[in-house]
Design a protein around this ligand. Structure first.
Ligand SMILES: NC(=O)c1ccc[n+]([C@@H]2O[C@H](COP(=O)([O-])OP(=O)(O)OC[C@H]3O[C@@H](n4cnc5c(N)ncnc54)[C@H](O)[C@@H]3O)[C@@H](O)[C@H]2O)c1
Length: 308
């Protein structure tokens, strides 16, 4: 079975590619390398260095005729979406619509989409279930949610399977630590460099899901050809302050964070229920936070030792 993976060279994409190749899927990657490189691509994938906004993207469909698309390529920064909403819209919404048109034209049977917990925005009930009211608080969240709606409409009109995966905060090896999402990597690197880090607030909570679990959710969605919207999360809430302390303890470090006032606009609590995914996608996280952190710490220690 041939799968087209957009953004397959990225943090999550490279783990998805690895797991799919291990299961003998034929994997074709379309990536512009805007925030990544070919460094982590497993052997056996076919690579097209193409921007999803570029009309050349159609050629990949024409040549490869994939059965399934897992669409991960995106403008991933909330802050960037606030500075340049049009760019965010073009990449996350408009290019997704183009991919949907190609999917229809070239007979794709399933469209899997990387959405985000951000679409829920300010939440009323915790843990957040998939039916929770949607209230996007950033242009990134709007562009992801709009893409979701296009995907559902296309799937209904053209009769293919859609799978929307709403990821909570993903962490693990290969995450880019320059972005706002890479808090785990940032804390680990600060401890390695024996530098203090600044935490704004600290009591705000997040739900951290290990990247290999996210990859296995993508694989599961494909295996079952399952339609629907699924939270891909740990269902465990931890404060940023506690996360930093846990990492420091694991690394035997005594560098303590400095604290500044909580930044307005940030979510105070975030935790997604994964019960529906457990029931309908037959997926659950295989890694505890402590196991995921151990592997992630090992990766950063190895990387800094070898100056990679
Ligand atoms: N990391 C998280 O915590 C998280 C949480 C929720 C949702 N997501 C979503 O998961 C997906 C993957 O995110 P990630 O964390 O791996 O980010 P990433 O930046 O590591 O990966 C994105 C990949 O897409 C590629 N890309 C970006 N723009 C492109 C374009 N115009 N054309 C072709 N390729 C392009 C990048 O080069 C990169 O390889 C994204 O859709 C993101 O919105 C991530």
């Amino acid at each position: 079975m041939k799968i087209l993976l957009t953004g397959g060279a990225g943090f999550i994409g490279s783990h998805v590619a690895e797991q799919l190749i291990a299961e003998k899927y034929e994997v074709v990657i379309m990536d512009s390398f805007s925030t990544s490189s070919a460094t982590y691509l497993p052997e056996g994938v076919r690579l097209y260095q193409v921007d999803i906004n570029d009309p050349a993207a159609e050629n990949v469909f024409k040549i490869e005729k994939p059965a399934i698309i897992i669409h991960l390529a995106a403008q991933t920064s909330v802050a960037h979406s606030m500075r340049d909403p049009y760019f965010d819209f073009q990449t996350n919404t408009a290019a997704t619509v183009k991919l949907l048109q190609y999917a229809v034209k070239y007979g794709v049977r399933q469209f899997v989409f990387a959405s985000s917990a951000a679409v829920y925005g300010e939440t009323v009930h915790l843990p957040v279930v998939e039916e929770h009211p949607i209230s996007p608080q950033s242009f990134y969240a709007v562009s992801k949610y709009t893409a979701e709606r296009y995907i559902q409409a296309f799937a209904q009109i053209h009769r293919f399977t859609y799978t929307i995966l709403r990821f909570s905060n993903v962490y693990g090896p290969r995450q880019n630590t320059s972005g706002e999402a890479g808090v785990v990597g940032i804390f680990i690197l600060r401890q390695l460099k024996k530098e203090c880090c600044t935490i704004y607030g600290g009591h705000q909570t997040r739900d951290f899901i290990y990247v290999k679990d996210v990859a296995s959710a993508c694989k599961k969605a494909v295996e079952l050809n399952k339609q629907g919207i699924f939270n891909i999360s740990s269902n465990i809430e931890i404060s940023i302050e506690d996360l930093n302390e846990l990492i420091a303890k694991k690394m035997d470090a005594d560098i303590h964070a400095s604290y500044k006032p909580f930044r307005k606009g940030e979510l105070i609590r975030s935790v997604l229920s994964n019960e529906y995914s457990q029931q309908k996608l037959a997926w659950e996280p295989a890694y505890s936070l402590t196991e995921g952190l151990d592997e992630t710490i090992e990766y950063y220690v190895h990387r800094s030792f070898h100056k990679l």
